[in-house]
Design a protein around this ligand. Structure first.
Ligand code: GRF
Length: 218
């Protein structure tokens, strides 16, 4: 069975969705460890309570990005994971780090990339007046929130939404999408070709999820 290491910075609800899916048997991976760059990341407690090894690599205790990246890589490699999963990990990783895990480092971002890379995605989506918003799982490349897209989930933007209500609607889809994308990796169904992801045929979705709220409108 393939193993994963999950990197978090905070709440860890995406991490929890992966741990729960693995425990339920719907995600065929072993969660080898959860690593955080903040000692107070609430998600650490959840992971530890599930018996998953946790480690903290505190960015504040390292002099510069290179030293932090090296310490993080050392902590990750101790668990020899097949895949490194960023789940609300709020540090920018250097080019060397990204190259070291090329093809086995993925991230979830709360927008339909390439729209709205960076922070405050939900408010920016509201400000632009988009009607459809969502989330993206992608392979990590040196450019921030930019890399071959594995899967996306779409939600409607509703009249009266604020950033919090929109974030909650997107987050519900994140919790469906990330376990699905990690499963595809674990099943060996993802292939990178010409900078794009090809998904080998399977019985389930084809890389695109649509929230029930949006499906009802079609
Ligand atoms: C999620 O919206 C994720 O897409 C983004 O940061 C948030 C993390 O939430 N990268 P959580 O820590 O997984 O609850």
């Amino acid at each position: 069975m393939k193993s994963i290491v999950i990197l978090i910075s905070g709440r860890g609800s995406n991490m929890a969705s992966l741990i729960d899916a693995a425990a339920a048997g719907t995600l065929p991976v072993r969660v080898a460890a959860v690593l955080a760059n903040r000692p107070a990341a609430p998600g650490l407690e959840f992971a530890a309570a599930r018996g998953i090894p946790t480690r903290v690599v505190d960015h504040a205790r390292h002099a510069g990005r290179d030293a932090f990246d090296a310490a993080l890589a050392e902590a990750i490699d101790a668990f020899t994971p097949d895949l490194v999963v960023l789940a609300g990990f709020m540090r920018i990783l250097g080019d060397g780090f990204v190259a070291r895990y090329a093809g086995r480092l993925i991230n979830i971002h709360p927008s339909l990339l390439p729209a709205f890379p960076g922070l405050h995605t939900h408010q920016r989506a509201l400000d632009e007046g988009v009607r459809i918003h969502g989330c993206t799982v992608h392979f990590v490349t040196p450019a921030l929130d930019h890399g071959p897209i594995i899967a996306q989930a779409a939600v409607p933007v509703l009249d009266g939404d604020d950033a919090a209500s929109l974030a909650a609607r997107v987050l519900a889809q994140e919790h469906r999408l990330y376990p699905l994308a990690v499963r595809w990796f674990a099943e060996g169904r993802l292939r990178l070709a010409g900078g794009r992801v090809e998904l080998a045929a399977g019985q389930d979705a084809d890389g695109c999820l649509i929230s029930p709220a949006l499906r009802e409108r079609r």
